[in-house]
Write a protein that binds this ligand. Structure first.
Ligand code: FES
Length: 142
């Protein structure tokens, strides 16, 4: 290999390594990891119904997945998957606007889980909430 070929080979390799070192982390950032479906069917929460104030929400674990329990300003209890349908960030409840919000890219969902603003392409999965005495039980829809 003469000097010219060596320089071409070296620069080509260095440029290729540089491109891979830049493009790989960027692609890992832009393409979210596959979120596995939770195998849980029912979850009994440790929080009591009276402890969930109107116009509030809190994230809990539904099996292996995050979920969000919301009490609407009117007092209704609802639960949804807390995994944003855009790029899988965890959503939260915003009492100032009384709906569910994703901080990552300013996605908004109403209290039926419907995507109403921002980039989320579809609604949040909704769960069934049953209050049995002093216990809240969240279940997957049949
Ligand atoms: S991940 Fe929620 S708006 Fe982008």
């Amino acid at each position: 290999m003469d000097r010219r070929n060596f320089l071409n080979w070296f620069l080509g390799t260095a440029a290729g390594a540089f491109l891979v070192s830049v493009l790989y982390p960027v692609s890992r950032y832009l393409i979210p990891p596959k979120v596995e479906e939770s195998t849980a069917r029912n979850v009994a929460l440790s929080i009591k119904p009276a402890e969930v104030k109107p116009n509030s929400g809190q994230v809990f674990r539904f099996g292996s997945q995050p979920a969000i329990l919301v009490r609407s300003p009117a007092g209704e209890l609802k639960a949804f998957s807390a995994v944003c349908t855009h790029l899988s960030c965890i959503v939260q409840y915003r009492p100032d606007v009384s709906h569910i919000w994703c901080a990552c890219h300013n996605g908004h969902y109403d209290l039926n889980g419907k995507n109403i603003a921002g980039p989320p392409p579809k609604p949040l999965d909704e769960y069934v909430v049953n209050v049995k005495g002093d216990q809240i039980v969240v279940s997957k829809k049949a």
